[in-house]
Design a protein around this ligand. Sequence first.
Ligand code: UDP
Ligand code: MN
Length: 345
Amino acid sequence: MYSSRSASHKYQDSVQTLDMPIRKKIILYLALLLLVLLWFIGVKNRDPHQYDNMRRTLELYEYQLKESKEHMAETMRLLGRRDCVTWDPDLPVIYAITPTYARPVQKAELTRLSHTLMLVQNLHWIVVEDSDHKTALVSSLLTETHLNFTHLYEQTPAEWKHKPKEPNWVKPRGVLQRNKALAWLRANLNAEVDRGVVYFADDDNAYSLQLFNEMRLTREVSVWPVGLVGGLMVEKPEVNLTTGRVVGWNSQWRPERPFPIDMAGFAINLQHLLKRPEVKFLLQVKGGWQESELLTHLTTLDRLEPLADNCTKVYVWHTRTEAPKLNMEDKLKAKGKRSDDGIQV
Ligand code: UDP
Ligand code: MN
């Protein structure tokens, strides 16, 4: 009984489907057809190349993001480093004057010096090339330091150039270059307003950071010991510990000089210098008398300000870099080749 009833229901259902109005049927078939069509289009467009391209694009984006993240980290690091040596408007500026000339070790010397100076607060580096133009090597090095710098040039005339076999002291070095820097200071700074100290920092010496802290508050002219110069381990002012004044020198070479001191051993207050516009270095000065001659126009023995713990500490060394042997390079050059082709050394 039960089963016959359910069979008759099924029969009626199928009759109802068949009885569907023709319009509804068409819509149903069309909808089915559309679904099949959409499915087919979907399958057909699933091109593996397209996915590959998308993956590659995503990978590229990922790489670019990573790169810019690293770039930002590097910028932050640089900013952070400059934070350590922030510019303090209340602190006198150290004007470090460096004459420099082209030779195989020039980039090494300037790199070493610049990396020291990067650690000094409120420093302005004045680099004067002994050249008739600004060279690409020095220009790019200066740009990369992120230091405050002024780049100048002044060529030493050929007759004043040091010859290879000549003793060191025969002709003065860096004279016109230091004068060029002094002229720049006078043209660009104001003796009434600008506070600072001027220091002659040759490109080949070795400098301790303490030196710069010491010299910054120089009132007129300050002095301190210099290591490895004048034929001695250390050449230094003698200080009377009771009065705290300089009373003499330990120099052995030309001790008759009024100020027997190396270029690296003194600093001059900026205003003190600017108020004496005639003071400069001279080419015609006797060998080794350059510093002494300059200082006689700026100060007297009893006015000197001894630094570095009453001149008992060495914070700068008159190191000199040995000229490298380039005999193999010369051989290469004879064959029209060179090891530094396309690479700056
Ligand atoms: N200098 C220069 N032109 C030269 C020789 C030297 O500009 O023809 C620079 C050099 O780069 C250095 C300074 O002058 O910064 C002193 O030279 P050097 O170190 O050779 O002298 P020394 O060590 O004998 O005092
Ligand atoms: Mn030197």
